[in-house]
Design a protein. Structure first.
Length: 309
């Protein structure tokens, strides 16, 4: 908690201190114990517990668990909460990247002029967005140039964008599409959020799905903030996300075992063979919560199944 870098990291640390993470993982284990108990009941009392029903229910339950654990075992998502995220502004000169940075930062952090090429290096500012710590970077305008200093700035801009968690690709809504704009558009990937800036001017270009923004009037800035948080896929407030590196590692091991069991169930591997993977997954989750698996399974067999009586 002391080392939490932002509000989201602090919330995650408090949930761990208050037992929220243990309670959540206990719930996952509980569902896994149900399926292991069903298999054990069939193996010990095959005439009383139907194998076909057991296998069908097992596949459905494991598919749901696999989806949840896949999200929880996402190292990038955990890092974003724990250490913060990086977001880079990219675009041609004079499209208003510095104005957007200042608007998001809430201060005049970057120099803003009408002179193209004012920003020549990567300028960073840490901001808090939705409780998430974000390192926001303004970069040199991307264009072909003979100026050696500006050329270095453009190279640094591209390198920063390549390493970022999210990219704000900024375009000037008040000018027609340029070859530079089209080149930038073609190079964007899934991390990019397209932003049409200067919508207070007569609009001369449109882009489906882009966030329309005016730093002069403030229009669209709230929508842009929401789009950044969505692109970063940060856990929402109250979500019991795993952020501790050890917990993430154990969850990934459990996920691998559940996937192996799911594959085995689908190709009709004998239930006793696939249950080995489920026990391994249960043990990995138990290392997070400090729970023992054996007694849980035996107790659940006799709680849920009227067998051996």
């Amino acid at each position: 908690l002391v080392n939490a870098g932002g509000e989201a990291a602090g919330r995650a640390a408090m949930r761990q201190l208050n037992g929220g993470v243990s309670a959540y993982v206990h719930g996952l284990r509980d569902r896994l114990v149900d399926q292991i108990a069903r298999i054990e009941a069939h193996l010990d009392f095959p005439e009383e517990v139907d194998e076909e029903f057991t296998r069908t229910e097992l596949i459905a339950a494991l598919s749901a668990l696999e989806g949840e654990l896949r999200a929880q075992a996402d190292e990038r998502r955990a890092r974003v909460v724990r250490d913060g995220a990086s977001c880079v502004l990219l675009g041609a000169p004079n499209v208003g990247k510095s104005s957007i940075m200042n608007a998001l930062a809430g201060s005049e952090r970057a120099i803003v002029t009408d002179i193209a090429g004012t920003t020549r290096d990567v300028l960073t500012e840490r901001i808090s967005l939705g409780g998430l710590l974000i390192e926001l970077s303004d970069t040199a305008g991307v264009r072909e140039t003979g100026d050696e200093i500006e050329k270095i700035g453009v190279e640094r801009a591209r390198a920063a964008a390549a390493a970022a968690d999210a990219v704000l690709a900024v375009f000037d809504a008040g000018t027609p599409w340029t070859p530079q704009d089209k080149e930038l558009l073609s190079a964007l990937d899934a991390r990019a959020i397209c932003v049409l800036n200067k919508t207070d001017l007569p609009v001369r270009k449109s882009l489906p799905g882009a966030i329309e923004v005016s730093c002069l009037t403030g229009e669209g800035l709230d929508e842009l903030q929401r789009a950044i948080l969505k692109a970063l896929d940060a856990p929402q407030a109250g979500e019991n996300a795993l952020v501790c590196e050890r917990h993430i590692s154990l969850a990934r091991e459990a996920l691998a075992e559940i996937r192996a069991a799911l594959d085995a169930a689908r190709v009709r591997v004998p239930l006793d063979a696939l249950s080995v993977h489920l026990h391994a997954a249960l043990n990995r989750l138990g290392e997070i919560t400090g729970e023992d698996a054996t007694e849980d399974v035996i107790t659940r067999v006799f709680q849920n199944f009227c067998v051996g009586k």
